[in-house]
Design a protein around this ligand. Sequence first.
Ligand SMILES: Nc1ncnc2c1ncn2[C@@H]1O[C@H](COP(=O)(O)OP(=O)(O)OP(=O)(O)O)[C@@H](O)[C@H]1O
Ligand SMILES: Nc1ncnc2c1ncn2[C@@H]1O[C@H](COP(=O)(O)OP(=O)(O)OP(=O)(O)O)[C@@H](O)[C@H]1O
Ligand SMILES: [Mg+2]
Ligand SMILES: [Mg+2]
Lengths: 256, 256
Amino acid sequence: MGHVICIANQKGGVGKTTTAINLAASLAALKKKTLLVDCDAQGNATTGMGIDKSTLDKSLYHAMIGQATAQELVRRTGLKHLQVIPARTELIGFEVEFMDRPGREKVLKNVLAAIKEAYDYVLIDCPPSLSLLTVNAMAAATSLLIPLQSEFYALEGLGQLMQTVKIVKKNLNPRLTVAGILLTMFDKRTSLSHQVAANAGKHFQNFLLETQIPRNVRLSEAPSFGKPILLYAASSPGAQSYVELARELVRRLETG
Amino acid sequence: MGHVICIANQKGGVGKTTTAINLAASLAALKKKTLLVDCDAQGNATTGMGIDKSTLDKSLYHAMIGQATAQELVRRTGLKHLQVIPARTELIGFEVEFMDRPGREKVLKNVLAAIKEAYDYVLIDCPPSLSLLTVNAMAAATSLLIPLQSEFYALEGLGQLMQTVKIVKKNLNPRLTVAGILLTMFDKRTSLSHQVAANAGKHFQNFLLETQIPRNVRLSEAPSFGKPILLYAASSPGAQSYVELARELVRRLETG
Ligand SMILES: Nc1ncnc2c1ncn2[C@@H]1O[C@H](COP(=O)(O)OP(=O)(O)OP(=O)(O)O)[C@@H](O)[C@H]1O
Ligand SMILES: Nc1ncnc2c1ncn2[C@@H]1O[C@H](COP(=O)(O)OP(=O)(O)OP(=O)(O)O)[C@@H](O)[C@H]1O
Ligand SMILES: [Mg+2]
Ligand SMILES: [Mg+2]
């Protein structure tokens, strides 16, 4: 119960949102009660799940500043066991308004404390930076999932990310563990993908997950229909790989 | 003389760094004296140009906090008319240290004022956020180039980015213009790319550049050799498209 997985990497465009949405949907398909929390002011996870931001009264920002409870924000989706807390551009305001406040790193943890026990899994999608919002997500999490795009620049930031995890673990959240590093947009046809996989294996052997997410155009088409890939192209390689990922994480996290 | 182009988009992984490096190299190949400024703490433009960060005494951070001049930081490259100011992780410190300082948005503008006249073009690579560093780059620039990945999520943030440009133009830099929106990773075979192009054309018609950058694996391989694509695979579609982009921008910016 109550596994909170933070999905983070400060490198942009590596597949954080795509992983957050599709892992959440796959866990729900495995009948795990799942909550997806969009913690990125871009609000891509919100849109990708088909939520129209202009119709919302409130979003995660309002819970972060104490003007709403998490429960009020929860929205249902097309999957029985999947619910979402949406985000909008105003979330950027939290970083500015709380920058000098004591306890600013634990606001999200406190927001989620009231509802997380109602779920088997809570997934948090992060922005492409190691800013206050990402630190909040790491402080609220029980484990960290790191999407790693199978490209050259993606490896460069990994050392810094692991450094930040150590600092969060020491000062804010001693129980934070790394659930794993997930290779995304893996293209078997290019030697670059294989090189990145080999490199990641060399430096971060114990963390590399078995599941690899292939580059699959269905994954980038699904959000334009506001659906996770399971509800858009269930038999595609993209959909299958995220179901496989969900099974692997359940195995790792539930049998420990 | 002294065209300063800021390359920005808060959406991650859309091709900012790839555009900064390869547009800079293409302008240099057209015999324009060009300076590439890495303004992202990830330092991908620095690594992509083959600079070993561990050998540097100083980086852009030191000029931003007044411990070095821009001139001291300039490094030569494999192209006669291309020089680079590198960045490293410590650049993140600037955002924290200057967050309350008056004039914090114009620090980069002042750093570059001393050297920009020595170049025909100065290109600034930005991080995936609308934070103080990106605002500094916009305040220092004469024009803004917006890479737009040919994917669904990429369109979502464009409105907010244009909003930020308006605010910067009004409060910090009245001469800032939008040089254009550049479609990147365009894949002719997918309907998604064509849909994004059509959508961008509908909402931002006047800004869309004629040049489109195709998805081309050579572009993602080149940085692992520390070279712009012109020095790695000059006859590839990726290299050709950036030379075409350089010509289009010279035409637009120099004949006004
Ligand atoms: N395996 C995949 N195959 C094909 N396209 C993918 C795949 N994973 C993600 N994409 C596409 O690549 C782009 C980047 O992915 P995504 O937005 O999920 O990354 P991100 O890390 O969340 O980005 P940001 O740093 O901006 O938050 C999106 O357009 C997405 O649809
Ligand atoms: N036209 C292209 N064809 C193929 N790959 C590309 C192309 N443009 C960029 N890439 C690759 O896509 C990835 C993202 O590009 P890049 O790092 O330049 O984006 P960015 O916007 O600078 O990312 P960030 O938001 O992290 O700064 C990189 O691995 C890059 O090599
Ligand atoms: Mg995202
Ligand atoms: Mg970049």
